[in-house]
Design a protein around this ligand. Structure first.
Ligand code: HEM
Length: 183
């Protein structure tokens, strides 16, 4: 049984964490500027980065689910109770689900609007099967924004649990996703 997650799993995990943090900040910042009718180069750049990073998170999560299906998860220390392991599995399952659903809703929204242009004039592909319909886009963006905030809250709970293991319990749980494997 491995002691830590594979390098690929850890790289995908920390890249996703950084991107999601950036996406929440960009998402709130750009929509506040849009609400204030500030349509300048900065607002466009924020939207461009948000769409590009959001699409990347979707791709990274798809790769991550394949890596996960093909690898063995490191064991939890014996001090971790079966109830805690079940709770963690439910939280991780919900995080994966939101990491797929939230970007899919954003992508569907920009397809319906349509607003597929990202940085440097590069266009995302349109999501197949989504009609051009601004009322639909508005609804998709609303669900996208609300679920993104649920994702952020769950990510904070997840980080708190990980820090609790690192700083208070001082068991091996955090290191499974952090430490470089011993030579
Ligand atoms: C994990 C991935 C993503 C996260 C965490 C995320 C997060 C957010 C957040 C927090 C907001 C602001 C919501 C609000 O305050 O009203 C937002 C808005 C938005 N997102 Fe995302 N997003 C993600 C992926 C995407 C993707 C893939 C796209 C498109 C390709 C996208 C396009 C948009 C757009 C256009 C808005 C503005 C909607 C509006 O004007 O009402 N997002 N996102």
């Amino acid at each position: 049984m491995p002691q830590t997650y594979s390098i690929a799993a850890r790289l995908l995990h920390w890249l996703t964490a950084i991107f999601v943090m950036a996406l929440i900040i960009l998402g709130i910042w750009m929509t506040e500027r849009a609400a204030a009718n500030l349509w300048d180069a900065l607002t466009n750049t924020l939207y461009g980065w948000h769409k590009l990073l959001g699409f990347l998170v979707l791709l990274l999560t798809a790769i991550r689910l394949i890596v996960k299906a093909r690898s063995v998860r490191p064991a939890y220390p014996e001090s971790v109770s079966p109830a805690t392991i079940k709770l963690a599995a439910a939280a991780h399952g919900s995080l994966y689900l939101l990491l797929i659903v939230v970007p899919l809703l954003g992508w569907a929204g920009v397809t319906a609007y349509p607003a597929l242009v990202t940085l440097g004039g590069y266009h995302l592909p349109a999501m197949p099967g989504i009609p051009k319909d601004q009322a639909l886009a508005k609804q998709l963006f609303e669900i996208h924004g609300n679920l993104a905030l649920v994702l952020a809250a769950l990510a904070v709970a997840h980080l708190s649990a990980a820090l609790h293991h690192l700083l208070i319990k001082k068991d091996n749980v955090f290191q499974r996703m952090w430490r470089l494997p011993k030579k």
